[in-house]
Design a protein around this ligand. Structure first.
Ligand code: ADP
Ligand code: MG
Length: 290
């Protein structure tokens, strides 16, 4: 077996160890069993605020949801409803004023290599590093791997996102879509327990965006990572998510949870898809009669 083949074997085995081998049975892995409901990620009663000397902005109010191992879970809501703040809190950058986040039964108290974020902005890659160095950087900085191994791991993931030929390029030589692929490769190379994505395709043109959604789903089919994905696009939420949590506008509260298991790229435009999109639109934008 080639060294790349061996690496793929290692990665597969490691993901399988996390209980991701049986995608249709949301079975919690034995190694992450302590949580009572068996969910890998638990968000409970999470209220988040920004405090300035002048005022307090409540971003979310008592939000709760569970994300299971190897699940694709989407947070959907209008701009300003607290999606990014929620994601930052799961990442460990924003402390709750109420409630808590637990990962594999342990309270989240700060950032860690088990949760990696992919952002919307194309400038999330340090421009002075090559593509390969960008992907290697967190592996080295977190002392996850030594240099030779980090380089092999980086090249494996760059191949997976179709960018091996650009390993020595610098970010400014890449298109927006390519930069996002590097950010995804960099995140998955860390083998996080949960991959956090904050509107990663929102700044891309429609065709590239669709292509990136397709590629993300193909990567998921292969690796079965656990995904918490934020978007304000109803269509994107239905395509990407197994389950979609709807957040009400400012401050964000849980409005409803939609089962999107049946939808994928191919179902866009279909009748059932349109009906689900309509229903979500209604839930998000029509206020209930008082
Ligand atoms: P979304 O990602 O859903 O668009 P955000 O999580 O970015 O929403 O923001 C939620 C709310 O918190 C908004 O009202 C926003 O104005 C406010 N907010 C976000 N970041 C800050 C900040 N650094 N300081 C003060 N208020 C903020
Ligand atoms: Mg946001």
């Amino acid at each position: 077996m080639s060294s790349a083949g061996a690496l793929i074997g290692t990665l597969r085995a490691s993901h399988a160890r996390r209980g991701a081998a049986l995608p249709d049975l949301h079975t919690p892995a034995a190694v992450s069993a302590p949580a009572a409901t068996g969910a890998l990620l638990q968000v409970r009663d999470l209220s988040l605020e920004y405090r300035t000397p002048q005022r307090v902005v409540r971003a979310t109010h008592r939000v709760s949801f569970d994300v299971h191992e190897a699940e694709r879970f989407v947070l959907l809501g209008p701009s300003g409803c607290g999606k990014s703040t929620l994601l930052k809190s799961v990442a460990g950058f924003v402390e709750p004023v109420q409630g808590q986040v637990t990962l594999a039964g342990r309270p989240v108290r700060g950032p860690g290599p088990d949760r990696i974020v992919v952002f919307q902005e194309f400038d999330q890659l340090p421009p002075w590093k090559t593509v390969r160095q960008n992907v290697m950087f967190p592996l080295l900085a977190s002392r996850t791997l030594g240099r030779a191994q980090a380089e092999r791991r980086a090249m494996h993931w760059l191949e997976r996102v179709g960018l091996a030929a650009f390993a020595d390029a610098h970010p400014h030589e890449l298109s927006g879509g390519m930069k996002q692929r590097v950010a995804i490769a960099r995140a998955l190379a860390m083998q996080p327990r949960v991959l956090l994505m904050d509107e990663p395709f929102a700044a891309l043109d429609a065709l590239t965006r669709r292509k990136m959604q397709e590629e993300l789903l193909a990567l998921w089919e292969e690796v079965r990572f656990t995904l918490l994905f934020v978007t304000h696009s109803i269509e994107e939420a239905l395509v990407v998510g197994h389950r979609v949590a709807l957040l009400s506008p400012h401050p964000g509260r849980m409005r409803a949870e939609i089962n999107a298991h049946d939808f994928g790229i191919a179902s866009q435009g279909g009748e059932a898809f349109q009906a689900a999109a309509q229903r979500i639109h209604h839930l998000l934008f029509e206020t209930a009669p008082s």
